[in-house]
Ligand binder design. Structure first.
Ligand code: CU
Length: 502
């Protein structure tokens, strides 16, 4: 039970400063201005990318939500191991907040780091209903001069359609998208590497016949307006994304009007990068400048110097960057897609770079957060798992039937197929990707460890045909969702519940 005695006991055991941080979030329709155009969308407090919420470890965060949307909503506090009743999952941890209603969230901030919040209802977070949440560690030695909180997002709402329009098209399956003439090279990307490592999994329709999609030829879907065809990434192991986005935002702004910070040459900037996208991994870097990766998903890692870092949807990376004289373009390139999200660092000299003149690729040493090593201070002590759950990621672009172990999640019966754990147990989850596409797998309420010594994370990239094993100690009782953080995959059913029993 989200409010049972075990949950209350876990909440009482969390560190407390006695301080309370209060914030208000008003979820409402708004008109954003992007590329000089008025873009109708939904967001918090009148903007795309909500306000920065910030407190210290042990502070209590109280957020008053007003729902001025025309439909129900909730807020999920992504990555935070908070009290279960505050996790913001409709029909699992709370009743959704009705249109016009108010709701109060309140919980202690359990761990320092870079987190974020977003709506957990339907496809609302592929509009503007998200924002950054930073938890400070007062004991941390600050070896940087500036901090830059960076929220990246793939954007189409109000420009080419709405997320609901996108889902309507995708749900017809790949056949519908292929019948359109405007969607690029014949969709071969979605089949790429399809047979490798799949071994004829049941439910895998690799026939590739355009007629396999229901609803063929009807409505918008037949135009292939939203489906990204041939979007591939070697880094992600094949198919990179399902959806075409006309814009990519860096703190709610496009490259023609970039977010810009000023610094002196030689100063260090701590980047706190959040991928709030729905269907896009971002490769982030500055040409000719090294990034020192220090944290992923809030938790410290052994420092790693790279040329660029890839973030799946929901992932965060903290990195240190030393400022060079002139202008430094911090680029986020959508993996396997075209476009750019951009921010600039200026030292007050030189000429501001023109987006079109920037390099189209970021090469060299490139890693993702799941390939980093946890800092010793946060590494889980070695322990044999009391239980191992196998989570097969299933489905295909062809039928758009994404699921877990061949079953599509339904909120009507959320506990069917739940992964059962007992408090105190070391739990291992093996994410086995039987599909031809990568999935960023997210677990609520816990920060697992990837492999024996990998990073502590709450969202990890699982490449096609690969297995990623994660482990955690079951220390936060309740009912917790786990799901692919591709908004469209999650909505179609690649989701399940981790359930504390006994
Ligand atoms: Cu997915």
């Amino acid at each position: 039970m989200p409010t049972g005695p075990a949950v209350q006991a876990a909440e009482q055991a969390r560190a407390a400063t006695g301080r309370t941080i209060r914030a208000s979030l008003n979820a409402a329709p708004l008109a954003a201005t992007l590329e000089g155009k008025r873009v109708p969308t939904w967001g918090y407090n009148g903007a795309v990318n909500g306000p920065l919420l910030r407190g210290a470890v042990g502070d209590r965060l109280e957020v008053a939500l007003h729902n001025a949307l025309p439909q129900e909503t909730t807020i999920h506090w992504h990555g935070l191991a908070i009290e279960n009743s505050q996790d913001g999952v409709q029909d699992v941890t709370q009743k959704a907040v009705a249109a016009g209603a108010d709701y109060s969230y309140g919980f202690r901030l359990p761990h320092p780091g870079t987190y974020w919040y977003h709506s957990h209802v339907g496809l609302q977070r592929d509009r503007g209903l998200y924002g950054p949440l930073i938890v400070d560690d007062p004991a941390e030695a600050k070896d940087w001069d500036h901090e830059w909180v960076i929220v990246l997002d793939d954007w189409l709402d109000g420009v080419t359609g709405t997320p609901d329009d996108v889902l309507a098209e995708l749900s017809q399956g790949m056949g519908a998208g292929m019948s359109g003439g405007s969607s690029g090279p014949s969709g071969s990307g979605h089949d790429m590497g399809g047979m490798q490592g799949m071994g004829g999994m049941p439910g895998m329709d690799m026939g590739g016949t355009p007629s396999s999609g229901p609803g063929m030829g009807g409505g918008m879907g037949s135009n292939g307006r939203y489906m990204a065809m041939g979007s591939t990434s070697d880094f992600l192991g094949g198919d990179a994304g399902d959806v075409k986005y006309p814009l990519h935002l860096f703190n709610g702004r496009t490259p023609s009007d970039p977010d810009t910070i000023t610094a002196r040459p030689g100063e260090r900037v701590r980047l706190r990068i959040i991928n709030a996208g729905a269907d896009t991994a971002y490769r982030v870097g500055a040409p000719g400048v090294k990034l020192t990766l220090t944290h992923t998903d809030g938790f410290p890692v052994e420092h790693r110097e790279v040329d660029a870092v890839v973030l799946g949807m929901g992932e965060r990376i903290d990195a240190l960057l030393t400022v060079a004289a002139g202008w430094t373009p911090l680029m986020a390139r959508p993996e396997g897609k075209t476009g750019l999200a951009l921010g600039l660092i200026s030292t007050g000299t030189g000429k501001q770079p023109v987006p079109a003149a920037l390099p189209s690729t970021l090469a060299g040493t490139v890693v993702d957060g799941g390939q980093l090593t946890s800092a010793a201070a946060v590494r889980l002590p070695e322990k044999a798992p009391a239980v191992t759950h196998t989570v097969r990621l299933t489905g295909s672009m062809m039928a758009y039937d994404w699921g877990i172990n061949g079953r599509r999640f339904s909120m009507d019966n959320p506990y069917e197929g739940a992964l059962e754990v007992r408090q105190g147990d070391r739990v291992q989850i093996d994410f086995v990707n039987t599909t031809t596409m990568w999935h960023p797998m997210h677990l609520h309420g816990h920060t697992f460890q990837v492999g024996a010594t990998g990073a502590r994370k709450d969202t990890v990239i699982v490449r096609p045909g690969r297995t990623v094993s994660v482990a955690f100690d079951a220390d936060n009782p309740g009912q917790w969702l786990y799901h692919c953080h591709n908004a469209y995959h999650a909505d179609r059913g690649m989701m399940g519940v981790l359930s504390y029993i006994g």
